[in-house]
Design a protein around this ligand. Structure first.
Ligand code: TYD
Length: 199
């Protein structure tokens, strides 16, 4: 069979990890060679971002680190796809545009800059699924993690992330799934999208 590159996107609490697990199990049981991966990655630049060792850097610098991690990751993804594997990636370029432009106060010129810089270094996924949920519901799922910022600030930030994602979905033709529905319903809808792509 030929390989495919599938991306799952969504704000915190949208249910990406659960969906990735369910898709992976389903494709494995069909005998498909599936690799689940994520960004930021867990090695090299991705591990550096996750470690917090970059210290207090600007959002622009952080965005560049995410893109550098992505460029490295994309080379590996493209190799796996060329070997016939289905690669399922938890977050890709839309995460940088949605999150880093929200952190930059949602300024649309920053969003344009973030799209431009990503365009140079990304592969084109065969399908991107956006799990869309009202942050008031999604954040309830995540629960409070004892962060320094207030619940309202978090909600405001996640609302900006959501609206950036919806803008990108229109611009780049993402498949939107309403992830306030049950795990089973979200999974079935995702599989019907993937069945059109994986052959
Ligand atoms: P997340 O998917 O929550 O990873 P994990 O469940 O393994 O911790 O992603 C971690 C955070 O990184 C999340 O809040 C979104 C953020 N992020 C960005 O801000 N920009 C990016 O480009 C990516 C890939 C992630």
């Amino acid at each position: 069979m030929s390989g495919a590159f599938i991306v799952i996107e969504g704000a915190d609490g949208a249910g990406k990890s659960t969906l990735c697990r369910n898709i992976s199990k389903a494709l494995e049981s069909r005998g498909i060679d599936i690799v689940v991966t994520a960004e930021p990655t867990h090695e090299g630049i991705g591990a550096f971002i996750r470690s917090g060792e970059a210290g207090s850097i600007s959002q622009r610098t952080e965005a560049l680190l995410f893109v550098a991690d992505r460029n490295n990751h994309t080379e590996k993804i493209e190799k796996m796809v060329s070997e016939g594997k289905v690669v399922l990636c938890d977050r890709y370029f839309a995460s940088t545009v949605a999150y880093q432009s929200a952190k930059l106060d949602g300024d649309s010129s920053d969003r344009g800059w973030l799209i431009d810089i990503n365009r140079r270094f990304i592969g084109i996924p065969d399908a991107t699924i956006l799990l869309d949920i009202d942050p008031a519901i999604g954040m309830g799922r995540v629960g409070t993690r004892g962060e320094e910022i207030s619940k309202f600030e978090r909600l405001d930030f996640q609302n900006q992330v959501r609206s950036n994602y919806l803008f990108l979905a229109k611009e780049f033709g993402f498949n939107i799934i309403d992830s306030s529905r049950s795990e089973q319903e979200v999974f079935s809808e995702a599989m019907s999208i993937l069945d059109r792509v994986i052959r």
